[in-house]
Design a protein around this ligand. Structure first.
Ligand SMILES: [Zn+2]
Ligand SMILES: [Zn+2]
Length: 66
């Protein structure tokens, strides 16, 4: 499913791997463009054997791993 970017309100396509979808996150879903998340400093890329990223939910402040 698609949604609106929390920051710029542009369309986020859930099947675009570049974009970020926090699903089943509390009672809200959050859609973010990766570049918007980076611009607002809510994404932290992990380095090391388990590649991935941690995202701070802009709605509730919880950290979600991608
Ligand atoms: Zn955006
Ligand atoms: Zn949240």
């Amino acid at each position: 499913m698609n949604g609106e970017c929390y920051f710029c309100h542009g369309l986020v396509l859930a099947d675009e791997s570049e974009d970020i979808v926090l699903q089943d996150h509390g009672d809200h879903r959050v859609f973010l463009h990766r570049q918007c998340a980076a611009g607002y400093n809510v994404i932290e890329t992990r380095v090391g054997p388990s590649s991935g990223a941690d995202v701070v939910c802009p709605v509730c402040g919880d950290v979600e791993s991608l």
